[in-house]
Design a protein around this ligand. Structure first.
Ligand code: THU
Length: 148
C-alpha cells in the first residue's frame, strides 16, 4: 500500500530543486517502486534549457534516474505537483492539477510495461487530486511488447 500523502509531499519537496528559470513553473515528481517487500521512492524535478524546447519534465528525469540505476520495473505509483515557486523554492500548489504531459506518459509507460504494472498517477492541484491509472492516461500505449 502506497502512502498517497507521503508521495505527494515527496513530489512537492522535490519541486524545490527544479531548474526552471524560463517558465518559472516548478514541477516535482515522486515515483514509488516495489522492490521485494520494500517500497523505494525516487524523486526529481524539471530541468530546463536556454534552448527552451529541450526542457526535461520532472517525470522524465525521475524515470531516467532510476533506469540509470538499473531498475526495470516495479513502478506502483506516481505523484506530480507543479506551480510557481514559493519562498522555499517548492511549488505553490494553487492551480489546476498537473497531469503528466504526453511525452512523460510514454516515458512512464516504458518502465511500467517492462515490469508489468499499471501505476496509479496522482496529479495534484489547488482543490483536488486527480487519480488515474497510467493505462487510462495513455490508452492503447505503444511499448516494449510491440517490439517483442
Ligand atoms: N513540466 C513537467 O516537468 N512535467 C509535466 O508533466 C508538465 C510540464 C515542466 C516542463 C517545463 O519545465 C515546465 O513544466 C513548464 O511547461
Amino acid at each position: 500500500m502506497i502512502d498517497k500523502d507521503a508521495l505527494i509531499a515527496a513530489a512537492r519537496a522535490a519541486s524545490a530543486t527544479a531548474y526552471a528559470p524560463y517558465s518559472r513553473f516548478h514541477v516535482g515528481a515522486a515515483l514509488a517502486f516495489e522492490d521485494g517487500a520494500t517500497v523505494n521512492i525516487v524523486t526529481a524535478a524539471n530541468v530546463e534549457n536556454a534552448s527552451y524546447g529541450l526542457a526535461l519534465c520532472a517525470e522524465t528525469v525521475a524515470v531516467s534516474q532510476v533506469m540509470a540505476q538499473g531498475v526495470r520495473g516495479g513502478l506502483l505509483a506516481v505523484a506530480v505537483v507543479g506551480g510557481p515557486p514559493g519562498p522555499d523554492g517548492a511549488a505553490q500548489i494553487g492551480g489546476a492539477p498537473v497531469t503528466p504531459c504526453g511525452r512523460c506518459r510514454q516515458v512512464l509507460n516504458e518502465i511500467a510495461q517492462l515490469g508489468g504494472t499499471d501505476p496509479v498517477v496522482w496529479s495534484v492541484g489547488g482543490d483536488e487530486v486527480i487519480e488515474m491509472r497510467l493505462s487510462a492516461l495513455l490508452p492503447h500505449a505503444f511499448g516494449p511488447a510491440n517490439l517483442g
